[in-house]
Design a protein around this ligand. Structure first.
Ligand code: BES
Ligand code: ZN
Length: 600
């Protein structure tokens, strides 16, 4: 037995699946998928095959293309991994066909009621498989080293549209009252990039190779917000090499989507909180697009090497940003990222092992290990290498790196061997050991400065004692600048400070969620109760964990805030995504422990 991924029953010595043929029927009444999947092997196989499943009911298993049943057994439920499905293949099996059903509690799916959509007419379904939730949708080798191409048929009630992280392949014949969408994904992907969404959707072309999908009520707004997408693709191709996925389409989800974006190939999923009306939050699009290279082409072998995906992608996102919006905008993004990094280092003060880039996660749920550290520490490590060899040489390196490992899933160790081959001595020079294997940040980590950053820091330092006239200057700041200004204000603001800030800058009414949530967190921490209704609104509708966690944390700072947090959670949690609910629960649990002295 050779298991290389602590989060999968995948066994390297067993047959490898190479492709999937999938049929799904979407049952909105019972909140389950009825599925039939054929896993095709790279070569005819026999013997034991272990698959990952979680919450799946297995109805039958047979040799692909025949009725010969395959003996199979579900193992005991493991809290993180789920249940191993062990099949005993007869000789020369070309593949296996498994009929199954998902559970209404599948973490990889969220079933929304019509009220949770903008149209309020139809329910909505979306998937989120990264890191290890594909196994709640289908039985598979749920690990990044086992790549598959696939074909799928998705049967939905009439009136719904299905989209996938795949190419559309027309309709198939359907029974009355139903519609069957077909998809084909020719490029081999890791299971965590499998993606499906079903709802009332409209699409609008942005360019010959990019289209945005959204609920009909926001499709025009979405098309305007993301109109620059093709120019991002062009910049990214110039930096990282050819775009290998044919199309770059995006789907704007209902607000409960737990992430800012998810790089599902050919169909990036996005939170509607990006629709600020001024294109100020499109760095998330640049990020998900950059994953088309760093992540989707060259993939982390397991969650223990997650920084290879996210650190490189944050670096790549900011290179795109620099090419499009200039040096100042990029420096600003790096500085905003520093705050996320500091917050995460603080959060993991008692778990320094989670602040390494190369992590050890046996027995750790990847969702619990998630933080800004692989993103921002990882990206700074990439910059340390880039600065050491110079931008031009590093640009050539990135293209070589993509070319060498395209459609492969690699470890930190493989990456380091490649760096050593291309730039002998570089790892030692930048002290890669410290970056990868030591907690916290190296003392000589790259810093980012610019004249504009200085000015904004100056405005923030002067605000508290400054004249009201400085407000005029602050109001002229661009959205990312205003965000930085807010972040750089003294941590301990009083409630009267907050009242003045809101009077001068009208923050509670902002539609830019980065600014709004930063402000609400500051004000809630200071116990400035006039913002409570807005906090309640946000926590009742928006599921993006990046916002939900700090908002609940901020409410925890005062007794009135804690009361609001409990109330909102009780009312809203049934509408939360499973991941969001877990995050909110853990923040509330910490607050209870802190409130009861000696409980820990
Ligand atoms: N791949 C991530 C989202 C993710 C990570 C989902 C781990 C599940 C497990 C995506 O690319 C991402 O990083 N999104 C960020 C965007 C930001 C860094 C620009 C987000 O959602 O905030
Ligand atoms: Zn990412």
């Amino acid at each position: 037995m050779t298991r290389s991924d602590p989060h999968s029953y995948f066994d390297e010595t067993q047959p490898r699946t190479r492709d999937w043929r999938l049929r799904l029927r979407v049952d909105f009444d019972r909140k389950v998928l009825h599925g039939e999947i054929t896993l095709g092997f790279a070569a005819p196989a026999q013997g034991v095959l272990d698959l990952d499943t979680k919450g799946l009911t297995i109805l039958s298993a047979a040799v692909a293309g025949s009725a010969v049943p395959i003996p199979h057994e579900l193992g005991a439920e493991e809290p993180i991994l789920g249940r191993r499905l062990r099949l005993n293949l007869p000789p020369a099996a070309p593949g296996v066909t498994i009929a199954y059903e998902t559970s209404p509690e599948a973490v990889g799916l969220q079933w929304l009621s019509p009220e949770q959509t903008e149209g309020k007419r139809l329910p909505f379904l979306f998937s989120q498989c990264q890191a290890i939730h594909a196994r709640t949708l289908l039985p598979c080798q749920d690990c990044a080293v086992a790549r598959v191409s696939y074909e799928a048929e998705v049967q939905v009630p009439e009136g719904f549209t299905a989209v996938m992280g795949a190419g559309p392949a027309g309709d198939a014949p359907a029974e009355a009252g139903w519609r069957v969408f077909r998809f084909r994904m020719p490029q081999p992907i890791p299971s965590y990039l499998f993606a499906l969404a079903v709802g009332e959707l409209a699409g609008k072309d942005l360019s010959p190779r990019a289209r945005v999908w959204a609920e009909p009520a926001s499709i025009d707004k979405a098309a305007w917000e993301f109109a620059e997408t093709d120019s991002f693709i062009q910049k990214a191709e110039a930096l990282f090499g050819p775009y290998d996925w044919d199309r770059f389409d995006m789907l704007v989800l209902p607000p409960s989507f737990p992430f800012g974006g998810m790089e599902n190939p050919r169909m990036t999923f996005l939170t509607p909180t990006l629709l600020a009306g001024d294109r100020s939050l499109v760095d998330v699009v640049a990020h998900e697009l950059a994953h088309s290279w760093t992540g989707n082409l060259v993939t982390n072998a397991t969650a223990e090497h997650f920084w290879l995906n996210e650190g490189f992608t944050v670096w790549a996102e900011r290179r795109i940003l620099k090419a499009i919006r200039g040096d100042e905008a990029a420096a600003l993004a790096w500085t905003l990222g520093q705050k996320d990094l500091d917050d995460s280092l603080e959060r993991f003060r008692a778990q320094p092992e989670l602040t390494l880039l190369r992590t050890r996660l046996a027995g750790v749920d990847p969702d619990d290990a998630f933080s800004s550290i692989p993103y921002e520490k990882g990206a700074r490590f990439v910059v340390a290498m880039e600065r050491s060899v110079g931008e031009a040489a590093f640009d050539r390196f990135i293209r070589d790196y993509m070319a060498r490992f395209r459609f492969q899933s690699i470890t930190t160790e493989t990456f380091c061997a490649f760096v050593e081959e291309k730039f002998p001595g570089l790892l030692a020079r930048v002290r890669a050991e410290d970056w990868l294997h030591q907690p916290g940040m190296p003392a000589d980590a790259p810093r980012f400065a610019s004249p504009r950053l200085q000015e904004i820091a100056g405005l923030a330092a002067a605000w508290k004692n400054g004249p009201a006239s400085s407000a005029a200057q602050i109001l002229k700041l661009r959205p990312a600048e205003l965000l930085l200004f807010l972040q750089q204000l003294p941590r301990e603001l009083s409630a009267p400070d907050c009242a003045r800030l809101d009077r001068e800058l009208s923050l509670t009414g902002r539609g830019n969620y980065e600014i709004l949530v930063q402000w609400l967190c500051m004000a809630a921490s200071a116990g400035h109760e006039p913002v409570f209704p807005r906090v309640r609104e946000v926590l009742s509708s928006v599921g993006r964990m990046k916002y939900v966690r700090p908002l609940y944390q901020a409410l925890g700072k005062t007794p009135a805030g804690r009361k609001l947090a409990r109330e909102v959670f009780a009312a809203a949690s049934p509408t939360y995504h499973g991941l969001t609910r877990r995050v909110a629960e853990s923040v509330l649990a910490e607050q209870r422990e802190e409130a009861v002295p000696g409980a820990r």
